[in-house]
Design a protein around this ligand. Structure first.
Ligand code: NAD
Ligand code: ZN
Length: 353
């Protein structure tokens, strides 16, 4: 069933680093031999998209740029070499838009580490457009019973925190601190952690996020970093024996918590850095790090298998994370709220509005 593909489409485009984003019509491109064209129905807005607008990172974006990398939709065209996904299938466009599939890292399923990886909404145009191109090998396969709005945030935030939790080595029954718990990655991290049998301590700020973490997302404790007199003590006190969490998942967009985590993590514990605040450095006391035998590591999205697993958790009904739907035309409003840390959960763009 070939659907009508228009020549023009609505998109949000930045012409120069720093923005603004411009809502306008741009041409629909044709997929190359190993690519698919996905009619995006919904796209999540990740803080990475705001880093891309602001030019925060030591990695330049393409310009002009269509951002976005949490796009859920329907395959409407495909190249001649694509034979394992069909027109009409549901698909997700992720941060990793494509990779070489042949290098040392790709061979070991570490595709995010591929030097030739294409990044949706960063080095290639992403999902803030109605028709987005991605390499067929990398688009997420979505069962048709999965709602395209609710699944959108899973395509980056969900996959990333699921991978980060696996990298933490935390085992069922143990405790994980989620730093930045009220945001997009943080809210999903609590749901994945719970589904994996972990206790969670949520760290963020404000009444709305506190309520969401404790009442909706099942966290066992909430530490407000803005009002706590001693975050380190409060986080440790939130564990049953007072020794601190077995792992820390850092998804905050601020340097300070990256300096604190090594202090409150439990001896033998693991600190997993995922958030990417601009110009930030990791710092940990050598003495405590050594005598506590702690591990500090980074975690970067996930490979195709992590993606399929994270989506399977969602399909089984284990992941229910709060999101609000707003029109594609209103993307700037989402960035304004995100900049002020005022989003509890995720915003998802409806591409028809
Ligand atoms: P978000 O804006 O939705 O959430 C960030 C949260 O951090 C907010 O709720 C904010 O209140 C909270 N926060 C700020 N300062 C804090 C502090 N001192 N202590 C605790 N919490 C604090 O952002 P998001 O979309 O969830 O993304 C988070 C970060 O993760 C971004 O930097 C993004 O670029 C990065 N990211 C990394 C990967 C990866 O693969 N490593 C993937 C996706 C996103
Ligand atoms: Zn993202």
């Amino acid at each position: 069933m070939a659907s009508e593909i228009p020549e023009k489409q609505w998109a949000q485009v930045i012409e120069k680093t720093g923005g603004p984003v411009e809502y306008k019509q741009i041409p629909v491109r044709k997929p190359g031999p190993d690519e698919v064209l996905v009619n995006i129905k919904f796209s999540g807005v990740c803080h990475t998209d705001l880093h891309a607008v602001n030019g925060d990172w030591p990695l330049p974006t393409k310009l002009p740029l269509v951002g976005g990398h949490e796009g859920a939709g329907i395959v409407v065209a495909k190249g001649d070499l694509v034979n394992d996904i069909e027109i009409g299938d549901h698909a997700g466009v992720k941060w990793i838009n494509g990779s070489c599939l042949g290098c040392d890292f790709c061979q070991q399923s570490d595709e995010p580490l591929c030097a030739k990886a294409l990044l949706s909404g960063y080095t290639v145009d992403g999902t803030f457009q109605q028709y987005c191109i991605a390499k067929a090998a990398h688009v997420a396969r979505l069962h048709k019973d999965i709602p395209l709005d609710a699944v959108a945030p899973v395509l980056c935030a969900g996959i990333t925190v699921y991978k980060g939790l696996k990298e933490s080595g935390a085992k069922p029954g143990q405790t994980v601190a989620i730093v930045g718990a009220g945001g997009g990655l943080g809210s999903l991290a609590q749901q994945y952690a719970k589904a994996m049998g972990l206790h969670t301590i949520a760290i963020d700020s404000g009444e709305e996020k506190r309520k969401m973490c404790l009442e909706q997302l099942g966290s066992n404790a909430f530490v407000d970093f803005a009002t706590s007199k001693d975050v380190v003590k409060d986080v440790q006190a939130a564990t049953e024996d007072g020794l601190g969490p077995h792992a820390v998942i850092l998804v905050a967009v601020n340097e300070k918590p990256f300096q604190q985590a090594a202090e409150y993590v439990r001896p033998r514990g693991t600190v997993v850095c995922i958030g990417l605040p601009a110009n930030a450095y990791l710092k940990a006391p050598v003495f405590e790090s050594v005598i506590k035998m702690i591990t500090i590591k980074g975690s970067y999205v996930g490979n195709r298998k992590d993606s399929a697993e994270a989506l399977d958790f969602f399909r089984r009904g284990l992941i229910k994370s709060p999101f609000k739907v707003i029109g594609l035309s209103e993307l700037q409003k989402v960035y304004d709220l995100m900049h002020k840390n005022q989003i509890a959960g995720r915003y998802v763009l409806d591409m028809e509005k």
